[in-house]
Design a protein around this ligand. Structure first.
Ligand SMILES: *[C@@H]1O[C@H](CO)[C@@H](O)[C@H](O)[C@H]1NC(C)=O
Ligand SMILES: *[C@@H]1O[C@H](CO)[C@@H](O)[C@H](O)[C@H]1NC(C)=O
Ligand SMILES: *[C@@H]1O[C@H](CO)[C@@H](O)[C@H](O)[C@H]1NC(C)=O
Ligand SMILES: *[C@@H]1O[C@H](CO)[C@@H](O)[C@H](O)[C@H]1NC(C)=O
Ligand SMILES: *[C@@H]1O[C@H](CO)[C@@H](O)[C@H](O)[C@H]1NC(C)=O
Length: 565
């Protein structure tokens, strides 16, 4: 093997420049490199509790290598990412790579339905490939309510050499992780939900791990006048949509969930829970300090954070008039309608069934998912189509692989349409099957008064339509069948619907979930099992020998390998 060199990304080392250098060396050594020989980026993460005062009260947070937010994963498309996670918490731990498609590889998706958790005091190494997803994503701990305590970080994938992106290199590429924040301990939040109660309203909003007055001093970033900066903004919170804006500066939208968009200007952007987008900001104003604001939307308890961008050398404090947020959600829906995919940008993009023209592919199945809220033994539960998901004692993917699903779960307990008359909520492991490579329409309907945001692991989908009220087939004529943005998460407004289209061409067991974590935690999620009839390594990897075993699959003989590609 010619290429054994590795890039170390962990422990604060591995800056952008050295990474590029090693990549160059590797590319030179291996022109038409096989996939397995794509460069490796290694991380070692020690996950611990720590105490931080973020919104006025000292509280327990989750740190990675002592950092909050966790370390940024910088990589190039097609890099192999290796993360050795040491769990020094008092609870099982998993990380999921939100938005990373992990082709053929739900083995590393890090959800309770796909992986055995890393036990306290042990370590486990996740391995996945970034493939052709150029853009902004994030990771977070997926067990219980842990993500409410931190443990999240940015995943920034830049284009590998020779694949151009549709804008000039910015002067800097900055992370902006925003999210609502609560002061209750994550275990207490989980207990409240288990008891059928709510954990209440956010205590504040964080920006890059800073909240309250501390967020404004020292400045978040320093800009040099005349330069252009890329901001990668992700809403890593658990419930609230946030409006993001910069005093005196417009933002040029260039990327969303890993797709390059048509580059329009915005004076503020709604960023829903679990969504990421990139903007370019020109430092073209009078040198001074300017506020950067993220504030909650659509809830009566308003909360916000104000940080500061300083022009190099400035000693002019920001003007006191913090820019106002927009009002109402019609504004937000209209903003969503303005988002378009840049069809001429040459970066890699999805190609369902060999065609960029997703609007011309015949839909073979429509799954209409009505968010359902009900009670079990007096406790609040969410679900879809009358089924509320509950995790099993063994990850569903492993039960399926070892052919021991019986008696733990039955496939397709949830129908493709909501029942005509909603009976009592069924609380079971919720797994549906999808035929490999079929093109499917999924409609989400949210009859609640609160915002929802949904996500599909393992895929990008075309977010084609959205509107108030109930969905009906005639509304397909309102779909954008030309240049909808291909993405991994989509908002569903109160008493509204959102529709997406995708090709189920990534074999594996994939979580579909609400990004609103109390909804997720109480059952608004399910798994979709996509199996290739060929049982071929072309379509899905075998379970790695290193995969953890737990529950019912401990000690079982390894099933026969998939067939060579
Ligand atoms: C990631 O890349 C950005 C932009 O190039 C750089 O500023 C940052 O220091 C890098 N972070 C790490 C941990 O490599
Ligand atoms: C745990 O960490 C050690 C030391 O880095 C490493 O050699 C080992 O492979 C890791 N174990 C797992 C299961 O990843
Ligand atoms: C789309 O990308 C192309 C190619 O990089 C670029 O020249 C063009 O300006 C972009 N179009 C829009 C509308 O953003
Ligand atoms: C889609 O369906 C129409 C009508 O049934 C059919 O004529 C057409 O050939 C189909 N297109 C494809 C790409 O299969
Ligand atoms: C799975 O197990 C069932 C019995 O539980 C058996 O009938 C079936 O053949 C098994 N399938 C495979 C692929 O081994």
């Amino acid at each position: 093997m010619a290429m054994t060199k590795s890039i170390r990304g962990g422990g604060g080392g591995g800056g952008g420049a050295s990474t590029v250098l090693v990549l160059l060396l590797m590319l030179a050594a291996s022109a038409p490199a096989a996939r397995a020989e794509d460069p490796y980026v290694f991380f070692e993460w020690h996950v611990t509790y720590g105490t931080k005062t973020l919104v006025g009260v000292p509280q327990k947070v989750i740190l990675i290598n002592g950092e909050f937010p966790g370390p940024r994963i910088n990589c190039s498309s097609n890099n192999n990412i290796v993360v050795n996670v040491f769990n020094q918490l008092d609870q099982p731990l998993l990380f999921t790579w939100h938005g990373m498609q992990q082709r053929k590889n739900s083995w590393q998706d890090g959800m309770p339905g796909t992986n055995c958790p890393v036990a306290p005091g042990t370590n486990y190494t996740f391995k996945w490939q970034a493939k052709d997803q150029i853009g902004s994503f994030f990771y977070f701990p997926s067990v219980g309510m842990q993500r409410a305590a931190g443990g999240y970080g940015l995943i920034s994938v830049v284009s590998r050499l020779l694949i151009p992106v549709p804008f000039d290199p910015p002067a800097d590429d900055l992370q902006v992780l925003i999210g609502d924040w609560y002061t209750k301990d994550h275990a207490v939040m989980a207990r409240l939900l288990d008891e059928g109660r709510s954990f209440g309203r956010p205590a504040g909003v964080l920006i890059n791990g800073r909240g309250g007055k501390e967020a404004a001093d020292p400045p978040l970033f320093t800009f040099e006048a005349g330069k252009t900066y890329r901001l990668r903004i992700c809403n890593v919170g658990i419930k609230s949509t946030l409006n993001f804006r910069i005093q005196g500066h417009d933002m040029k939208l260039v990327e969303m969930d890993g797709s390059h968009t048509v580059q329009d200007m915005y004076d503020s952007l709604d960023v829903h829970v679990g969504h990421c987008l990139s903007v370019l900001v020109d430092a073209d104003q009078k040198p001074g300090d300017y506020y950067v604001v993220a504030s909650t939307r659509f809830i009566s308890d308003k909360s916000s954070v104000s940080a500061v961008i300083r022009y190099a050398g400035s000693n002019t404090p920001p003007a006191p008039n913090v820019p106002e947020p927009p009002a109402g959600w019609a504004w937000s829906l209209n903003q969503w309608r303005s988002f378009r995919w840049n069809l001429t940008a040459s970066a890699a993009r999805p190609n369902p069934q060999g065609s960029y023209h997703y609007g011309q592919i015949n839909i073979t199945r429509t799954i209409k998912l009505l968010v359902t809220r009900g009670h079990l033994e007096g406790k609040l539960k969410y679900g879809f189509n009358g089924v509320s998901h509950v995790d099993a004692d063994t990850p569903l993917k492993l039960l399926e692989y070892f052919n021991v699903t019986d008696p733990v779960f039955k496939y397709n307990q949830m129908a493709d349409v909501p029942p005509a008359v909603m009976g009592p909520l069924q609380v079971v492991p919720n797994v549906i099957t999808a035929e490999f490579r079929t093109f499917i329409e999924v409609v989400f309907e949210n009859p609640e008064k609160s915002m929802d945001s949904v996500h599909i692991d393992g895929y990008a989908f075309f977010a084609v339509g959205m509107g108030p009220g109930k969905w009906s087939p005639e509304l397909r004529k309102t779909y954008n069948l030309l240049d909808a943005v291909s993405r991994h998460s989509i908002q569903v407004y109160p008493r509204s619907w959102s529709a997406v289209m995708l090709t189920f061409d990534n074999a594996g067991m994939w979580n579909v979930r609400s990004n609103v974590w109390e909804r997720y935690y109480t059952g608004e999620q399910f798994y979709i099992s996509v199996t290739s009839p060929a049982r071929s390594l072309r379509d899905e990897y075998n379970m790695p020998d290193t995969s953890l075993r737990c529950g019912r699959v401990v000690g079982l003989p390894m099933p026969p390998s998939y067939l060579p590609a």
